[in-house]
Design a protein around this ligand. Structure first.
Ligand SMILES: Nc1nc2c(ncn2[C@@H]2O[C@H](COP(=O)(O)OP(=O)(O)OP(=O)(O)O)[C@@H](O)[C@H]2O)c(=O)[nH]1
Ligand SMILES: [Mg+2]
Ligand SMILES: [Zn+2]
Length: 313
């Protein structure tokens, strides 16, 4: 027996969120504009939520479907802003793909910190090298090799020429993959290449160096017809992961995880300690000096952002 007045509720996925409003995708593939119910709920792209439909009378007067609860998140990718506050970026990801390209000028430290953030959130990480149609410098090629040597899967593509799209489809199949990286590397162009009806706005060519029109402003999730989910996100100038303890920072570097068991002290932070196998690895050329520098910078950044953070764990 059905109760005419029982509220209609169903599960849905947040595919885009804007403060107290969101676009949710239902199991039937319907996209609905919804609002948060109550002050205690906060959501982020990727969340699995429960949605309550307004009664017909209320709907007629303009009431929107309401998000009444959020399911526990399997993973949560977060950042720290310049004031040391934590901000969620996306939930339930399984893979973070740092997108890099020969242009605009790469800031590899940003890339390293995204890869580290993935590790801190127990999300796998990969590197997508876009714009393979453009000539790249020896320095850029060396950077790509650093990521390969560190053990990250590296996929080289051209979103513009639709080159190696099958490799990208294979990477994302069965995954919930976020495209992260600097503004202008081609995240939205890649999204449009994989999802023909996504219609993500991309930068115009005349504007490919500046701040630019059609720069992505919100994180959005799409289903890929050949399997998997792709999440396009706004480009950044800079990025800092959510705060972690000193001992945790190094877990963002696969190279350190490999070398550190041979350090003399088991709580070695690989800064100046005697008998440090990581520093020895850098000196022997087994660990990129630039990646090591990047580790030290993040350790110092974490200490600056939260001087009182409980770090001796
Ligand atoms: N040559 C070349 N240009 C590309 C390729 N992919 C994207 N572009 C160009 O790069 C510019 C930036 O592309 P977007 O897709 O808007 O970059 P984005 O990473 O989404 O940028 P934000 O939204 O600002 O983070 C545009 O002019 C694209 O046409 C590529 O494979 N080759
Ligand atoms: Mg974009
Ligand atoms: Zn060490």
């Amino acid at each position: 027996m059905t109760f005419m007045n029982a509220p209609v509720e169903f599960p849905a996925r947040v595919v885009e969120s804007f403060g107290r409003r969101a676009i949710v995708l239902t199991a039937d593939g319907e996209r609905l504009a919804a609002e948060l119910f109550g002050k205690r709920i906060s959501i982020v792209c990727g969340d699995e939520v429960q949605v309550r439909m307004p009664r017909p009378v209320a709907a007629a007067s303009g009431d929107a479907p309401r998000i009444v609860s959020v399911m526990p998140r399997r993973t949560l990718l977060q950042r720290t802003d310049s004031r040391g506050r934590t901000e969620p970026l996306a939930s339930n990801l399984t893979l973070l793909a740092a997108v890099i390209a020969p242009e605009p000028v790469i800031d590899a430290f940003v890339v390293d910190r995204y890869l580290a953030a993935a590790a801190y959130s127990q999300i796998d990480a990969a590197v997508i090298v876009n714009k393979s149609d453009l000539a790249s410098s020896a320095a850029f090629a060396a950077l790509v090799e650093e990521y390969r040597a560190a053990g990250y899967p590296v996929v080289s593509v051209s979103a513009l020429n639709r080159e190696a799209m099958d490799e990208l489809r294979a990477l994302v199949r069965g995954q919930s993959m976020l495209l992260a990286g600097q503004s202008g590397v081609g995240k939205s162009t890649l999204t449009n290449a994989l999802i023909p009806d996504s219609a993500q706005l991309t930068r115009t060519l005349s504007d490919s160096t500046g701040e630019g029109r059609h720069t992505t402003v919100s994180t959005a999730l799409f289903h890929i017809p050949t399997g998997g989910e792709l999440i396009d996100s706004p480009g950044v100038r800079d990025f800092a992961p959510a705060l972690v303890s000193d001992a945790m920072v190094q877990q963002g570097w696969a190279e350190i995880a490999k070398l550190s068991p041979n350090c003399r002290f088991n709580n070695c932070l690989h800064m100046r300690e005697p008998g440090c196998a990581v520093i020895a690895g850098v000196e022997a050329g087994a660990f990129s000096a630039r990646r090591y520098e990047s580790y030290k910078r993040l350790l110092n950044l974490m200490r600056d952002l939260a001087p009182d953070y409980e770090r001796r764990r």
